[in-house]
Design a protein around this ligand. Sequence first.
Ligand code: LMR
Length: 328
Amino acid sequence: ALTAATLTAGTVAGTAALAACDDGEMVIKFSHVTNTDKHPKGIAANLLMERVNEEMNGTACMEVYPNSTLYNDDQVLEAMLQGDVQLAAPSLSKFETFTKVFRIFDLPFMFVNMDAVDAFQNSETGQAMMDSMQRRGLQGLAFWHNGLKQFSANKPLEVPADAAGLKFRVQPSDVLVAQMEALDASPQPMAFSEVYGALQTGVVDGQENTWSNIYGQKFFEVQDGITETNHGVLDYLVVASVDWLDSLDEGVRDQFMTILKEVSDERNAAIAEVDAENRQAVLDAGATIRELTPEQRQQWVDAMKPVWEQFEGDVGADNIAAAQEINA
Ligand code: LMR
């Protein structure tokens, strides 16, 4: 393979990346939907690519396709089962048709901060969740952090009543649909790549996402401001097909999994810093960030937390209890 730097540059051109793999090298295509600069997933995916291409040179070659250039999240898992792509890292809200276990991460105010999310994912319960889709042909390999979500709209949002009657883009998750309904808002599931245009043209009034996605997609340009609600989690599962993993020689699989684990640990440990950088970048771009008073925040909690009851059956009361214990 060519050098990591050449590969990174080649990926931008798309087809140029294909030329970077040498004959006889196994090609690992990694498709994702976010930007690469400053973004937790973009950074982690590129670091994984650089390390694979350096340390597995001659055996394997990774190509990263960011920005939905290869697939949207609603296509990528089917493409993976067809063998057209080997790696992806969709958010945990995008696995609904394969498993309901990840719904716990979408429940509003389930985790107090990203340390709690990290501890839960690394618990026995969290680790077992990575095996939940084996029967459907998918294997979770690692959790990658992004961060907590914030609300924005084309008008100021201070209390839940401000969101009533507005249309909000949500990821395709029943929990997120229920969350917006709890606010008397209208949820509109939509692919990530379409959100900016939908906000700009008024197809939707608002959205919820993390600082890195709000900055990376420039949502602030077409919104009144961002309200710092920290009301939910957006994290990722790095996933591969069971068939592809089974097809690898044991030594190759072990080497790949070791690199993936090291990259995951390193980038997950840096999440607070990356999140803060993106928040600052939104401010520096001139956007308004509204912080909530404790009383205002309590109103959002009171409005949205009843959603837990609706999904307790899917998520498991024991898992909810385990998450709450980690928060304490
Ligand atoms: C979204 O659709 O808002 C996110 O899942 C995008 C991403 O990958 O962060």
